[in-house]
Design a protein around this ligand. Structure first.
Ligand code: FAD
Ligand code: NAP
Length: 307
């Protein structure tokens, strides 16, 4: 396994107390138009700010929504994963993109609108927005990216960093194998479907796997989840996961990591995991779900960002 060299990054050039002003240059739905999950691709122009050229794919940008919370205090910033490559959206270092889902929820009969996601999704081209960042220093592609293969696991808007990473790899003539495993409830919720399908057609070494959880069922009646692709699509994934120079990245909803780690362990891919406690002394077949949840951590080959 080659050494993994992560790039140096600059952090928190702009902070919540010292925000930069960006201008919206793009804001469009990036799923099927009829998806009830409203997810938008948003591009900020950060020209003339100290942030220009500073965001790496895998990092996040902060957005400060205007107004106050119910306690009369100013709203706090929310983080959004950068979905453009390091050289910028469309190759322009003053453009940085993200992928935002409107976060709305009904609890006990009351419907709550997420403050910041709805604020961003409602912004129009030309509107100004207060931003911070960059944030995040390990969830990055290695500078020696050609030394590795990659399996990216995303649920929902967890796709954001992988759009940027996959663009970045292939724009630089990536020669290894890369697979994207993307999970969402319905086919209409697939994010950036055209881009990834075209990438798969264009590049023999890019594999695009969609796991749709609420339409079909697996033969045993369970849902198709990103982690079940390790079995369901093993003809594609096993040869990549078996290589000693493969890295895995996961991003999306908290909880997905345990399923992925569990399924990797059951197939013998233990090198992606850092086993704590007495897990390493037992066969994965003897582990309980609770101990797996508590005692499996990502190894150096695994990059995890879930919340
Ligand atoms: P909030 O106002 O914070 O509300 C959160 C949720 O609670 C909403 O669903 C809302 O409906 C509900 N709610 C509000 N009030 C109540 C109440 N009184 N009772 C019960 N429920 C209530 N998100 C993305 O879409 N794309 C990304 O790329 C992305 N990247 C991220 C990267 C990182 C590193 C992190 C930490 C988070 C990321 N997020 C991303 C999530 C994002 O930061 C926000 O958390 C998300 O947009 C919700 O923020 P909000 O202000 O819209 O919702
Ligand atoms: P979504 O569209 O609802 O899709 C999530 C998919 O994952 C669904 O198919 C869901 O299936 C499935 N799923 C549910 N539980 C799972 C589990 N334990 N393991 C694997 N798959 C599971 O997703 P979303 O609303 O966009 O949410 C994505 C999550 O990612 C949010 O929590 C968001 O905050 C987070 N996120 C994190 C980052 C980051 O950390 N950088 C960036 C972006 C987004 P069912 O619902 O049918 O069971």
């Amino acid at each position: 396994m080659p050494d993994i060299h992560l790039p140096e990054v600059e952090l928190n050039i702009h902070t919540p107390k010292n925000t930069a002003e960006a201008t919206i240059v793009e804001n469009y739905v990036c799923t099927a138009e009829n998806s009830p999950n409203i997810i938008r691709h948003i591009t900020f122009d950060i020209s003339g700010t100290a942030l220009e050229g500073k965001f790496r794919t895998g990092q996040s940008i902060g957005v400060l929504p205007p107004g106050e919370n119910e306690k009369g205090r100013p709203h706090k910033i929310r983080l959004y994963s950068v979905s453009s490559p390091t050289k910028g959206e469309k190759g322009k270092k003053h453009l940085v993109s993200t992928t935002v889902k409107r976060a709305n929820e009904e609890v006990d009969g009351t419907f709550y609108l997420g403050v910041c996601s709805n604020y961003i999704c409602n912004l129009k081209v030309g509107d100004k927005v207060k931003v911070t960042g960059p944030s995040g220093k390990r969830y990055l592609l290695p500078t020696n990216f050609q030394d590795f293969n990659y399996v990216f696991f995303a649920t929902g808007t967890g796709i954001a960093p992988f759009r940027g990473m996959i663009m970045e790899l292939f724009e630089q003539g990536f020669k290894g194998e890369a697979a994207l495993v993307f999970g969402c409830p319905y086919r209409t919720d697939v994010i950036y479907p055209k881009y990834f399908s075209e990438m798969e057609e264009k590049h023999e070494n890019f594999h695009y796997i969609k796991m749709i959880s609420r339409e079909d069922r697996r033969p045993d009646g369970s849902k198709y989840y990103v982690q079940t692709a390790i079995d369901d699509r093993s003809e594609t994934l096993t040869p990549i996961l078996e290589k000693e120079n493969t890295l895995i990245y996961l991003c999306g909803m908290k909880g997905m990591e345990t399923g992925i780690y569990w399924n990797l362990a059951q197939k013998g891919f233990l090198d992606y995991l850092d086993l704590r406690g007495d897990l390493a002394s037992k066969s994965p077949l003897e582990w309980s779900w609770d101990e797996a949840k508590k005692l499996i951590k990502p190894s150096a080959r695994t990059f995890e960002e879930v919340y």
